[in-house]
Design a protein around this ligand. Sequence first.
Ligand SMILES: [Zn+2]
Ligand SMILES: [Zn+2]
Length: 258
Amino acid sequence: MGVPTLGCDCAVCASDDPRDRRLRPSVLLRWQEPGQAGGRERVVVIDTGPDFREQALRNGLTRVDAVFYTHSHADHILGMDELRPLSFAVFREGGPIPLYAAPETAEALERIYEYTFSPQATYPTRARVQLHALAERTLVHGVEFLRVPVMHGEMEIAGFRFGRVAYLTDVSAIPVLSFALLEGLDHLVISALRHKPHPSHATVEQAVGWARRIGARHTWLTHIAHELGHEETNRMLPDGIRLAYDGLSLPVNLETAP
Ligand SMILES: [Zn+2]
Ligand SMILES: [Zn+2]
């Protein structure tokens, strides 16, 4: 719901620590594609939630080469239309921006953004985007994105691994087979909503348990509700596990694991 949460005046919502102000979860990955003249910058976004435009402005986003979607919930897809201005530029260069999504997520996007995706769509300034079925592995300008299935309540949704990093949001359980895809990580980003159990989100305690089992060098908790103050929660977390915060930026290794 974002923090401050609308209508709430709890200590975290009223906090003046900038790390207690949280927009909806998303990740931006940038890399330099090898080539002449230093190559070209490539940019991938995971999820375009309702805060996507503000996040793009804060982080100087000027192009998007591809978007991956984790699932169809509002807090992960409702900013798709904000891709419009970025999509016009990419379109001139090499076609629409690919959006990689599982069938259920693609259906939700097609329903909500009917004026963009319908074969009858005629709205002249619609986003130049194209849905692609999310595969087990997707190559985007030389970087491989591996789908990591996780459970979100009753739904199976997508997490992603790229190089030695994994991003798993909205997790309530991790299937045994997915742990095998998470070996040898430098950074794990995983969701932890609050301390109190929730039917479709992990608690801090559950996320810490999985983080220990996965054994990444650094674990960052995301998708954090207003029950968790940044400073006080970090004080109780074990070494190597910390709350993420808006604007957190990490150098990452994108080489594909053998
Ligand atoms: Zn969700
Ligand atoms: Zn969510």
